[in-house]
Design a protein around this ligand. Structure first.
Ligand SMILES: Cc1ncc(COP(=O)(O)O)c(C=O)c1O
Length: 401
């Protein structure tokens, strides 16, 4: 008997075509390396946990756990929370009713459900050359045909290039954008570009997913109204309380045409039934009893100081041929490095030699771009930020010389 043949046939389960060939992503590899002892990590988009409203959420949790046994039950989505989210959406310039809100476990699930709603295997999609990896990896499961349009930290997605692609006859099944506080670029699209993009979505009938988890975290001025405020049929908005109340609440939502909410609910039921009742009720109780605007103002004030501290540190520590823009919203700086610098190599050196981490361009560009990095400024106070940027500057100077 040929044991090798038997082993190869029977000891390895056959994976689906979606799973075959999946490897750890650059993001996952970077995270594993950055979680080593004593590494100061500017890599992740984490809120500062000490600024999140733990005491108020503890009170909310106590109230809901002591009020009604159904808090631990399977329940229908909380209609009161949906109404509260409608009010919250008015701060994003969006006028909506609760029948156009669908509750999700975070923005990530919202994007995932919308991708499932629109994509078949091999569908065409339109995206920016630098984008949020959590979105890229989930659409990759559909083996999409990707059309990319240029983007940069100065003005964001090139909407003229979007128009050219659509005029040339492509009809992508979806486009994914972050018009406010782009991850990783930190850029917020101008009103003019928003109007152009919303117009293109309607004219060429392309559904656009507007991902907006950082929408309220703006500095210098009030937040720019969401893209959804300009077009209701073709813009599918995805929101989240992760960056405001805490990622572990796992409460996000979609704003979509109300006729589509039922289909999304069927898709979600097949995946994880319904959103945690406990989380929904705690967040709803928080919104009823606490002042969300005051809390958001506290976050904005703290993060604005940290943004300024990072800008000062970059000006002091970065070599002359390194450039960046100061973001007006969100939690990231994007740093453009000289063409020949591979930021993934730099990251490994920085982790090993300087004990500091960031995320390299490769993680956001489907592996195509090397010379850029994303730095987070929300997680740590100014002195840690200055220290982290100094360490990166030291690592970079070693590579450049
Ligand atoms: C652009 C973007 N979209 C979605 C998410 C996922 O957010 P959530 O915790 O709400 O699922 C993140 C998390 O960092 C993000 O940066």
């Amino acid at each position: 008997m040929n044991h090798t043949a038997i082993n190869s046939c029977t000891t390895t389960p056959r994976f689906s075509s979606k799973a075959i060939g999946l490897e750890l992503t650059p993001l996952q590899r970077a995270l594993a390396a950055a979680s080593g002892p004593n590494v100061l990590s500017l890599a992740m988009g984490l809120p500062d946990a000490s600024l999140l409203p733990r005491a108020a959420l503890a009170k909310a949790a106590g109230r809901v756990l002591n009020s009604d046994p159904s808090v631990l039950q399977y329940t229908l989505p909380c209609s009161y929370l949906k109404e509260q989210i409608c009010k919250h959406m008015s701060d994003r310039g969006v006028d909506c009713t609760s029948d156009s809100i669908f509750l999700t476990h975070g923005a990530q699930q919202g994007i995932s459900l919308l991708a499932t709603l629109f994509l078949d295997t091999g569908s065409d999609i339109l995206e920016e050359t630098l984008s949020y990896p959590g979105y890229q990896h989930l659409v990759d499961a559909f083996r999409p045909n990707v059309f990319s349009v240029p983007t940069n930290a100065n003005s964001g997605v090139d909407v003229d290039a979007v128009e050219k692609t659509l005029v040339s006859g492509s009809r992508p099944a979806l486009m994914y954008v972050m018009p406010t506080a782009h991850n990783p670029l930190g850029v917020t699209l101008s009103h003019e570009k928003r109007c152009h993009l919303a117009h293109l979505a309607k004219k060429f009938q392309v559904p656009i997913i507007e991902d907006d988890p950082y929408g309220l975290l703006s500095y210098d001025s009030e937040p720019m109204p969401a893209l959804r405020s300009l077009e209701e049929t073709w813009i599918y908005y995805v929101g989240s309380f992760s960056k405001i109340l805490g990622p572990s609440c796992r409460i996000g939502w979609i704003v979509a045409p109300k006729e589509h909410i039922q289909i999304v609910s069927v898709l979600k039921e097949g995946s994880d039934l319904n959103v945690s009742t406990l989380s929904q009720w705690i967040v709803s109780d928080f919104l009823r009893n606490e002042d969300l605007s005051a809390h958001v103002s506290t976050l904005r004030e703290a993060y604005e100081k940290r943004r300024n501290a990072m800008n000062t540190a970059l000006s002091r520590e970065m070599p002359a041929n390194v450039t960046w823009q100061v973001p007006t919203s969100g939690v990231f700086f994007w740093i453009d490095l000289p063409e020949h610098v591979d930021a993934s190599d730099l990251l490994l050196r920085c982790i090993n030699d300087e004990k500091v981490a960031f995320l390299p361009a490769e993680a956001f560009s489907r592996g195509k771009r090397k010379n850029g990095m994303r730095l987070n400024f929300s997680r740590y106070e100014a002195d840690h930020i200055a220290d982290g940027v100094a360490r990166i500057g030291k690592g970079l100077r070693k590579v450049l010389h």
